[in-house]
Ligand binder design. Structure first.
Ligand SMILES: Nc1ncnc2c1ncn2[C@@H]1O[C@H](COP(=O)(O)OP(=O)(O)O)[C@@H](O)[C@H]1O
Ligand SMILES: [Mg+2]
Length: 304
């Protein structure tokens, strides 16, 4: 047992579209780590390369979206030699870019919805319904479900506000599951029941009618399979430490991987902490466990 408290920087806020969510995650993580006996320095990140004061031993990154999940802050922390939580720059980038994710999943032979990548005025070849997504956005910003032909052009325009490339995926009718993992271990799956069937920005942050079933009621075979696929997704993308993998489950019992969130929402009521609680891990113990995985990845970085 260490006798002196560890001093940890909690990096929060950031300047992505998810700043507000990140401020809440960071505050919760700071409370959790203090409860676990750490001394915490809360750093509100408002520009790249935030100054970290001397004496800090590691960083807990609670930033979502750009410069938090895309490998940017991770690269900076590698450079200044400060161990940090979560995935390294290469894994972060692969998880953040949904096109890179699709390619890595396909290479690994993991199940994911059929897809295509279009330019700003690209022609679609997948039949409706489809989901149109800008590849580098979280929180479902710029994402639309297209069920009828007349919804296609507005969806393409909306996604095009965020990126010149657009990811189009076959819409998977069915249930929505998400699986958190910490340090190579999958937590119980959570089922998300959003009123409209799509866990979009409204369902995430506006409507409170979304239901979360923790743990999800699943046939034992599917519960085991979704956990196994979550861990294989971490491997395929080169991610580690912690994160959350989103899935669709169709009526035939087939699972489709949507994406890996390398720094998922982290308030006490966020999905990964809820799943951890269902597995008997308190919020504070969860923060501490994730902190114990904090490290530098210098060797891997040199090898790529
Ligand atoms: N192929 C798909 N089929 C059905 N629903 C989808 C599909 N892709 C995304 N969705 C819906 O949109 C939500 C957000 O998509 P996701 O790929 O997880 O991106 P993000 O959460 O980063 O915005 C999902 O949680 C799901 O409800
Ligand atoms: Mg998602």
């Amino acid at each position: 047992m260490a006798t002196e408290a560890r001093t940890i920087a909690v990096l929060k806020g950031g300047y992505s579209a998810e700043r507000e969510v990140s401020l809440r995650s960071g505050e919760a993580v700071a409370r959790g780590l203090r409860e676990a006996g750490c001394e915490v320095d809360e750093v509100d990140v408002t520009a790249p390369e935030p100054p970290i004061r001397a004496g800090v031993e590691a960083a807990f990154i609670a930033l979502h979206g750009e410069y938090g999940e895309d490998g940017g802050i991770q690269q900076y922390l590698e450079r200044i030699g400060l161990p940090y939580t979560g995935s390294d720059p290469v894994g972060s980038r692969a998880a953040f870019d949904k096109i890179l994710t699709k390619e890595a999943l396909a290479r690994a032979g993991l199940p994911t919805a059929p897809y295509e990548i279009l330019g700003p005025d690209g022609a679609r070849s997948l039949p409706l319904p489809v989901v149109v997504k800008p590849p580098r956005q979280g929180s479902s910003l710029g994402l639309s479900v297209v069920r009828r032909e007349e919804e296609w052009a507005p969806a393409l325009r909306e996604a095009g506000r965020y990126d010149s490339r657009v990811l189009v995926e076959a819409f998977i009718e069915g249930r929505e599951l998400t699986v958190g993992a910490v340090d190579g271990e999958a937590l119980p799956a959570v089922e998300i029941r959003a009123p409209g069937g799509t866990y979009d920005y409204r369902a995430k942050y506006v409507d409170r009618a979304t239901e979360y079933l923790v743990p999800a009621a699943l046939a034992p075979g599917i519960a085991a399979e979704v956990g196994r696929l979550a861990l294989r997704t971490f491997e395929a993308l080169g991610c580690g430490g912690f994160g959350r993998v989103d899935f669709r489950l169709d009526s035939a019992g087939r699972l489709f991987i949507l994406e890996l969130n390398s720094i998922p929402g982290f308030t006490e009521t966020s999905l990964l902490p809820k799943a951890a609680a269902a597995a008997g891990l308190s919020f504070s113990a969860l923060c501490d466990r994730i902190l114990s995985t904090a490290r530098l990845h210098g060797d891997r970085m040199r090898g790529t």
